[in-house]
Ligand binder design. Structure first.
Ligand SMILES: [Zn+2]
Length: 334
């Protein structure tokens, strides 16, 4: 007799059980922390596997809002506060992630793109150090022609907002191979730097730099500070603060604004319809001048089921039309 039930029972039971547990969970105070936590994990995985994707800037606030909404966190003020906390956690995650990613960057080598490869092995050592470290920039110049004149070799050291251009000194040479080794030593105060070289060989400037996969010139990165706090503050100031509070949170706040506006618009519309209905009833109460009944506006647009209630713009609850405040969240109405 119960054979039909038995075949589908375990799966049905599991789904029912999970639904019950989910409903129970939605009534707890852990919904917001869990939503923020899930978003944080997804964001970390995106940073690890989707770096450079445009979704990285758009998905986190959408995921955060979607989770809150599914967990029944629907009050606009709560959504805004939790959203701000969530965006701050994303800020901490991206800062820590970038500090670690920058500090583990492989040393980069600059070279010239001329057919003779005149400049090569352009490096800075060490790749990581702090403000007291003496960094050595070095590059090898090997002119293609037998007769040549290296008048100057320079290094450009760049950081966000500024750069310096220094003359390098001949440190060594190998007459048989025709190689000339140039060096420049300095300490650096910025935690994130980039570099390239230029040599004037027989009156022509030749640049040594790094390149993108498409072959475009791209300044070589390094050195990077080994002081995580220093580098962290730099990442905050130049990358993650802007991303979290001028990108993630505004996208998130716009969604909250749309929810609030939609609820408000619906409330205004329902209010207007009620006023129309009342006016119509007054007119109908008078002795009719002709027999034709005016059709109900509410019936016409399908709002007649609940004509004497509206939606709270703050929490989305149904509120009786004569209520002065929301019975669900306490929001006052005029
Ligand atoms: Zn409410």
């Amino acid at each position: 007799m119960a054979s039909d039930e038995a075949s589908g029972a375990p799966a049905d039971w599991l789904i029912k059980f999970l639904k019950q547990e989910y409903e129970k969970f939605k009534k707890t105070k852990y919904t917001a922390p869990v939503a923020i936590g899930i978003t944080a994990v997804i964001y970390y995985l995106m940073l690890a596997y989707m770096m450079g994707s445009c979704w990285l800037g758009l998905l986190p606030p959408l995921i955060l809002f979607g989770l809150f909404w599914n967990f029944d966190v629907k009050r606009v003020r709560k959504l805004l506060v939790y959203g701000f906390i969530g965006c701050t956690l994303l800020l901490a995650i991206s800062t820590a992630f970038l500090v670690s990613a920058f500090q583990s960057l492989e040393p980069q080598t600059a070279f010239s793109s001329d057919p003779d490869n005149t400049l090569y092995d352009g490096i800075v050592t060490p790749m990581n150090g702090d403000s007291s470290t003496l960094f050595t920039y070095s590059v090898t110049v090997r002119p293609a022609n037998e007769t040549f004149n290296i008048t100057e070799v320079r290094v450009t050291i760049a950081w966000i907002g500024d750069s310096t251009n220094e003359s390098m000194t001949l440190a060594d040479s190998n007459e048989t191979s025709g190689e000339y080794f140039y060096e420049y030593r300095t300490t650096l105060s910025e935690p994130y730097n980039a570099f390239e070289f230029a040599a004037n060989v027989s009156g022509t400037w030749i640049v040594a730099t790094d390149y993108t996969d498409d072959g475009d010139e791209m300044i070589a990165i390094g050195p990077i500070s080994s002081d995580s706090v220093d580098l962290g503050i730099w990442v905050l100031r130049h990358i993650t603060l802007i991303q979290s509070y001028l990108q993630f949170f505004p996208i998130y706040a716009i969604i909250c604004g749309m929810v609030w506006w939609t609820r408000r618009a619906r409330r205004m519309r329902e209010k207007a319809i009620q006023e129309w209905e009342q006016k119509r009833k007054k007119i109908e109460a008078k002795p009719p001048e002709d027999d034709s009944r005016s059709p109900s506006l509410a019936r016409a647009i399908g709002l007649e089921e609940e004509p004497d209630s509206f939606v709270c713009s703050e929490c989305g609850a149904d509120v009786p039309s004569d209520a002065k405040s929301c019975p669900s969240c306490g929001e006052k109405f005029n």
